[in-house]
Write a protein that binds this ligand. Sequence first.
Ligand code: GLU
Length: 281
Amino acid sequence: MIRTRFAPSPNGPLHLGHAFAAVVAHDLARTRGGAFLLRVEDIDGERSRPEFVEEFFRDLEWLGLVWDGEAQFQSHRLESYAQAGERLKAMGLLYPCRCTRAEIAAAATAMGPDGPIYPGTCRHKNVDSEGAAWRLDVARALDMAGPLEWTDELAGIQRATPEIFGDVVLLRKDLPASYHLAATLDDAADGITLVTRGMDLFPASHVHRLLQALLGLPAPVWHHHPLLVEADGRKLAKRRGSPSLGDRRRAGEDGKAIAEALRQGRFPAGISLSMGLHQSP
Ligand code: GLU
């Protein structure tokens, strides 16, 4: 049975772009007789706020999107992330790194999907691991995993090229996980068979496919949907003036009608769908 999920991060209110993502994940599950799950990606202690989680529940209900089972919280799963981190360390695939963003930006010679590519400064150094982040030695991991492919329902079969990110951080210095590790482990733990999310996260799936292979996790199919963008081609964001779903709800707008309009491709003036790859601003 197909299982999809909507996985918002409670570091801000949801807006129309999130509503579109939730509608896509919900409808793909429902039209195929599957399950639609909600996962709150709340491991970023500095930016996550519980009040946004309460708002997520209200917003989804208002949109008429009912999820199956209990909402899952990444903050309850830190132990499973730490265990996977230990496994990858034992496989000799992680190394500690204490480089700052500024040091990386100064030493980098190429840009990746998330900014300057880490140039491998600490890969073969004896770095004190106390309070360090842990990075994946991607070349070594690819040697171990061999050539990998993954499938996006819309874009077709992809050859996995996680090296476009360089050696990504898998365990942050303040957390036994990073987005890539937590999302990959959770999708497997939740039995997600169709990972639906925006095109902005398309490149991340190269890394997730590699992690699945290393950790012996099943590979789902992906569905990276187009993003709602403003006239300048940038993703919708509250800070650029798009009202949040909460603002619309409190103003008395009809959430189910909004969800229906999104389904039919009817968007407010100045907002359109873009299939292009958009960097997060
Ligand atoms: N938490 C991510 C976000 O809000 C989505 C992650 C995912 O769907 O894999 O952008």
